[in-house]
Design a protein around this ligand. Sequence first.
Ligand code: GLU
Ligand code: MG
Length: 652
Amino acid sequence: MGLLTVGEPLSWTETKALAEFVREHGIEQFLNIFHARRHKGDDTLKWGDEVEYIVLEFDHQNRKVRLALRASTELLTTLQKPEEAGETDLSSLWRPEFAAYMIEGTPGVPYGNMFAFFKDIEENMRLRRREVMSLLRPNEAILSISSFPRSGTLDSCSPPTFVGTVDGTSKSLFFPDEAINPGHPRFGTLSKHICERRGGPANIQVPIFRDVNTASPFVEDFFAQMNIDRARRYRQADHIFLDSMGFGMGCCCLQVTFGASNVCEARLLYDQLTPLTPILMAMSAASPAHRGYLTDRDCRWAIIAGSVDDRTEAEITGTDPATGEAITTVRRIPKSRYDSVDLYIYPTNKIYNDIEIVRNEKAYSRLIESGVDELLAEHISHLFIRDPLVLFKEKLDIDDKTESDHFENIQSTNWQSMRFKPPPPGAKEIGWRVEFRPMEVQLTDEENAAFVVFIVLMTRLILSFNLDMLIPISRVEENMKEGQKRNAVLDGLFWFRKDLSLPQCVLTHFAANECEAAARIQEQVTPCLKRNDVTKETMYTKSVKMSVDEIINGSHKKKFPGLLPLLHAYLDSMKIEALTRCSINKYLQIIANRANGTNPTPANVIRSFIYNHPDYKQDSIVNDSVNYDLMKQIWSLQKDEITLKDLLDSCP
Ligand code: GLU
Ligand code: MG
């Protein structure tokens, strides 16, 4: 989840007072890195994945399953021991996540040469799981599952928690403070300060999935909870009300980070992968149920965005909440700090940035004055419109030349669909990196590995075949909304570029800059800075709406080659050892089948299991009995005791 520093967190009032200090130093820290590393080239491709897990405790006697809150403390402490003892060459590394029931695992060292490592990913994921399994009690389980369907219901945690306090950290009516990771002060403080900044707990409204016996209108009865007045104020007909950071950041995802050869390549990849974010989110959809209800959404995205939305009413609307009049003293901010990216950052791609970008003008001027080009300055100063959320007393006075905590503080709390990552100061072996963040975690390691292989291969395809997938950023945003809908993978239609060849002007630009990186962009290639293949008017005609199947597998009718056929053509042009090619083909087939519906999304698997369970009353409620069987079957699947098909056929 980003930067972790241990120490004593400051209060929100103290943090707020230091916001400008942190931003100013953060910009200086970025500039120091930028100037020290902008010319650096030839970094070899290194990459790695992050898988987030939920730990559960089964109560077989009562057919109940609860979130095991010891994951982030007891389990994580044990898992991190070898690393803390200074052991190197570990096969896995473990990190804390937001919830007390979560942990995050990564490979011990980044993967290098891509092809040689493809066969190791799945095995490494299995190994990670086994490592945790060896520490579990007999009634516990570690699941790669995006959302726990009954999170935030009464008696959903072990040990038991007190729900309903309005004075606690996240002031939630449902999600207990004890379920926030107590092992590190960052998490509780994040939650508390987000509430304080926005002036109250989160207000997330998720449309309910309407089944034949679902009340119409569906209006929740909160009498089981405390503080009924607040609940009544917020409840909306036909929606489920979620009110805590835990409902969002308590969800799990699958992320991939890869190093680029230089800053230019990182920027190019960041842009070219951005149009893929909604497509891969929809394909990996895995979170259809929350707080005991089936929703009409398959993905976690909007829930997390709402869960960490720290904007004030005035920042959201641009008007004074008391008078309703427009205010000039507060800037309107269109989106949460967790959401899809707002702009492309490769120098030729500015034309495609067709949505409002709010920026920190002071930061922007400073970046430009120090020689950062326009678009990168815009990106960084856009991140720097946010306040720092957590500050540690011990880490305020730091050397801007050798440390980057203030930069990372703002950067790592801008949770966007892609992240552009400068090298850490001093770490010579780490270069410019890009993180792909929209995917939900899969039910099997084979599927998790398939998504990782696909994304890493896409980066090679983009660079080798000079692919151009850019569409106006407003259309990526539209796709992001489409991709969260129920069954978007099969029913959704997404804007996608028809002609995928990169125009000559961008190629020339890239060739001229590859090793020089961003430093000379402005002087050297001014003639190429504008793409000459599109205008503000014609860029909308370059994309059409397609299904995920058409985008991934191709469409004769739409004369679109499809990303997978292109990937196979790329692989055919490479000398790859037969066994490796076989395993790559296996993973690409999983992706092909996911796109055409042969292999259901985890969201679909979960829905089918619930619909067919005898204790499900077609009323959108996922009760304890249904949830218990569902989690038990997923656990059997993840222990390789049953197959996905068995799971689907296994409804009692
Ligand atoms: N769990 C978050 C998600 O599902 C991501 C947290 C992180 O950035 O590691 O998107
Ligand atoms: Mg994480």
